[in-house]
Design a binder for this molecule. Sequence first.
Ligand code: NAX
Length: 327
Amino acid sequence: KQTPIKVAVTGAAGQICYSLLFRIASGAVLGDAPIELRLLEIPQAMKALEGVVMELDDCAFPNLKSVVIGDDPEKVFEGANIAMLVGAFPRKAGMERGDLLSANGRIFTAQGKALNNVAADDIRVLVTGNPANTNAMIAMNNAPDIPNERFGALTRLDLDRSKAQVGKKLGVTTRHIERLTIWGNHSSTMYPDLFHATVDGKPVLPEINDNEWVEKTFIPKVAKRGAEIIDATGLSSRASAANATASCMHDWELGTVGGDWTSMGVVSDGSYGVPEGLISSFPVRHKDGNWEIVQGLEINEFSRARIDASVKELEDERDAVKELGLI
Ligand code: NAX
């Protein structure tokens, strides 16, 4: 009998998790392996979470061994092999950026400490809750015994949005498109880089052959996609954010395929001029549960300016949370 993989998820009664938990339980993240879900919420959401657990039960997922719920991270994270930190404090009307950073700072310092104390030795932590990069940096800095490389921030949704737009433009499914990169912060400053991307192995830009579309339509469309969805539905991205979280964790655990790469916010080692210690999105390849930044890509002036602007925003966020004493 295999021991189940313990997957901790926060914000479990929220909108993203209403898709994500069912994807995890059905095998989209870890394939054919027994799973124990360990779900964290705040006390006010516990009843709603019980309802979600009933529905998980009613799916009779063959690999779902058990579900544990609670509002204490020190208990819920016990023995976790994987943690997906989705729950965060939402920005409310009239809130300043500092208020948002400090509200989330409290959550991610506590969760970082709890992971440090009780998670399994092989823990991997993926942060979806916004501001994802800086929340991941806060958790990482509050978990001194967990290697920094075990923390990631979700930029896969930006990557998938980019792939979808390029696919539509070329009239191909996304299966044909590889080596797209998201750089920087998961915010409207993230930079979707097509210079190294390929379609059926050929450089994608000559195939698109429309620089104006890339600069004036593609980049702003991806940057504002979250807002476009809020406009249409009244809610921020749910199923697509869940899909991106599941796909990102899947690739981290099971590896990227062939010559392709993906993107994730990871701790910088100074690669591509990104200051060390920031959690910034890079092109990464995964193997054996680890990641490696793809090296040696040529960065032209167009890309440089955009990467620098997004990284500057990450530095400002880092300085703000430092001032608040969160790292
Ligand atoms: P919801 O507000 O529907 O759900 C969040 C849940 O988190 C709530 O049920 C809340 O009770 C819970 N929560 C709050 N504090 C908690 C704590 N300390 N411990 C455990 N649970 C806690 O938001 P949802 O639409 O699910 O979005 C979740 C987060 O994802 C938000 O921060 C959102 O901004 C972020 N997103 C990130 C994306 C990305 O690509 N990185 C894209 C989608 C999304 O905007």
